[in-house]
Write a protein that binds this ligand. Structure first.
Ligand code: M6R
Length: 610
């Protein structure tokens, strides 16, 4: 969950490291630090808090340093503090770490018994002391590092700099993401490609169990047994993504507003509207052995899981295949029945979520076919999967996922249509309705942007509420879950998403005049049933806010506030439309409460530890 970056070159690197950390700050932002080497000496600055706290300290680093590493932290072991910030250093050794060392306690106890003193509460610091001890024995950094690695259990992407080999950075990868960048007279490493795009578009993607040595004129890679590897250099034609807010106050708001374009691009890329066909070959589904597939498991975390729930409805109704959708953190430990007849679909914006990645690895071992729906090129989940459909939503920087979610939903919709065709179960009327819905979708999403003022006004009335309930049925149940997640993660208001039919089984006890209830209701699915749930809430004086279609007078009589949405002929895309006002609602609630919208407390964009 931390971001790591390093440079070994012939020109000063402090500013580049700091700018790289800014691009990685979404991964963790409770403390940060930089270590550079000049004149065979390592200098370190560290600070608690966000990167702007570190910035004033940069002047104390040698301006001519051409080798260095930076780290932005999401605390796992030890509170966010300057002491616990990386790099951790001792006797001319400096290390940065992303991951969790599962056996650090026993290693630390042993080191303490040997008289070593620790400066931090982190798991990572053991690496510094282990390496120092090994270097006394073997006097060769690579060999010493390999010996240290032999003692470590858990997940680690490590950057290591020592005065024993000035100008050299070692990088180690095991179950945490790392990419190596290849430049001219300078080479790099980082947690992701995005951080290095201003410097290069040529990359090496190390596998787990590999170690690299980076110097200005080259990069060498070995496996953990010391065997030298010939790694492919991949050139990515990815345009350097704009990492600024484009005039918006927050990334989240910018990303909400990018949705019409992202969805229009997806439709243009994946659908031939004139021919009335999904461009099936671009989905990658035809590369699977679908004749063998009897069941689909969708695995994901957080918002991606809710998109997966929507995908389940879509695939089952169009392609008539049984689909389970499960939280990746549960699936991986449940010992599910898996074999070649099971297709496991991993949904992930970042492609680095530890639990989702573990599921794909587990599924592959069990003989399943694997498919990734992902937004980040060359990230870990696609690299582990048989086939990947990239969403091409562009970089999502705000921790609260918005455009990635709607993009996942749309991609699932198109995948369902293609699966239906490949399985020979597509109905012409169903396809016609789907195409009609797709044709009007981008304009409908654009029109939702005009709701901003109205939703901001609503948030102005509700932002002091301590709780909020979200309700929906069928396709709109995952919308309720997603609305609740968005609200809690950025406004810190306790929110729950419920299937409306579950109301009487418990949550109705919560309803009184102080409980805002946001109901997602549309005529295309279970309208009357949801309406009677809303009657029950009204009768108990709950404050009802309705998101959906506004054509029914009965709704007007019941609710205090109506957020009208355009009507789609497809329930799945109706759900997509309904979620956007909920993203805005969470955003404005957070704004009114003065919380940190883009970097909410305790969270990180990419959850690379379980
Ligand atoms: O990168 P992923 O899509 O795998 O991330 C999964 C979740 O961590 C993510 O969706 C998280 O729930 C978001 N912060 C929600 O807005």
């Amino acid at each position: 969950m931390c971001g790591v970056i390093g440079f070994s070159g012939v020109t000063p690197c402090v500013t580049s490291i700091f700018n790289g950390l800014k691009r990685l700050e979404y991964r963790g932002y409770d403390s940060s630090g930089i270590a550079v080497m000049a004149d065979q000496r390592i200098s370190v600055v560290k600070s608690k808090g966000k990167l702007n706290q570190l910035e004033p300290l940069l002047a104390s680093l040698p301006a001519d340093a051409c080798v260095g590493m930076g780290h932005t932290r999401w605390a796992t072991h030890g509170a966010p503090s300057t002491e616990n910030a990386h790099p951790h250093s001792d006797e001319g050794i400096s290390i940065i770490h992303n991951g969790i060392l599962e056996n650090y306690k026993e290693l630390k106890i042993k080191l303490l018994e040997e008289g070593v003193s620790f400066l931090s509460e982190t798991d990572s610091e053991v690496v510094v002391h282990l390496l120092r001890a090994e270097l006394r024995l073997v006097h060769d950094v690579r060999k010493a590092l390999l010996n240290v690695i032999g003692k470590l259990e858990g997940a680690y992407a490590l950057g290591v700099m020592t005065q024993h080999e000035p100008g050299v950075i070692y990088v180690v990868k095991n179950a945490s993401p790392i990419v190596l960048g290849i430049g001219h007279n300078e080479n790099f490493f980082a947690s992701d490609v995005l951080a290095l795009l201003p410097h290069t578009n040529r990359f090496i993607f190390p596998e787990d169990g590999e170690l690299a040595r980076i110097v200005p004129d080259g990069v060498e890679v070995w496996d953990f047994f010391g065997k030298k590897l010939d790694k492919e250099i991949v050139s990515l034609n990815q345009e350097e993504a704009r990492a600024d807010k484009g005039g918006y106050r927050h990334y989240m708001l910018k990303e909400i507003h990018e949705q019409p374009a992202v969805l229009a691009n997806t439709i243009e890329r994946l659908v031939d509207l004139e021919a009335g066909e999904v461009r099936g070959e671009l989905t990658g589904l035809c590369k699977l052995d679908l004749a063998a597939v009897r069941k689909i498991h969708i695995v994901a975390c957080g918002t991606a899981f809710y998109a997966g729930l929507m995908g389940r409805y879509q695939i089952e109704s169009f392609a008539r295949l049984p689909v389970d959708c499960e939280l990746a953190s549960e699936f991986r430990y449940r010992n599910p029945c898996l074999d070649r007849s099971t297709l496991v679909i991993a949904v992930t914006q970042s492609g680095e979520t530890a639990d989702t990645l573990a599921c794909i690895k587990h599924a592959k071992k069990a003989g399943c076919q694997t498919f990734a729906l992902c937004n980040v090129l060359y990230s870990s989940v696609p690299r582990e999967s048989d086939v990947t459909l990239y969403m091409e939503a562009g970089p999502e920087i705000g921790v609260a996922s918005t455009k990635a979610f709607t993009s996942m939903v749309l991609n699932f919709f198109l995948m369902s249509l293609e699966l239906a065709r490949l399985r020979g179960v597509r109905s012409p009327e169903g396809m016609e309705r789907a195409l009609e819905a797709l044709r009007i979708l981008p304009n409908q999403v654009s029109s939702l942007m005009s709701l901003e003022a109205r939703i901001s006004e609503l948030a102005g009335e509700l932002f002091e509420s301590g709780h909020c309930l979200f309700l929906g049925r069928g396709h709109f149940y995952p919308v309720a879950l997603e609305g609740a997640l968005k609200l809690k993660e950025i406004s810190y208001i306790h929110a729950e998403g419920y299937a409306a039919g579950e109301l009487k089984h418990g949550p109705i006890a919560l309803i009184d005049k102080n409980m805002p209830v946001i109901a997602i209701i549309n005529t295309c699915q279970d309208f009357e049933k949801t309406l009677s749930n809303l009657e029950e809430i009204h009768a108990r004086e709950g404050q009802l806010i309705v998101v959906g279609q506004d054509k029914d007078r009965r709704l007007e009589d019941l609710c205090r506030y109506m957020i009208p949405c355009p009507v789609s002929p497809e329930p799945a895309l109706q759900a997509l439309l309904n979620v956007i006002p909920l993203q805005m609602f969470a955003y404005f609630m957070a704004l009114h409460r003065g919380t940190d919208v883009d970097q909410p407390r305790n969270l990180a964009k990419s959850v690379t530890v379980e």
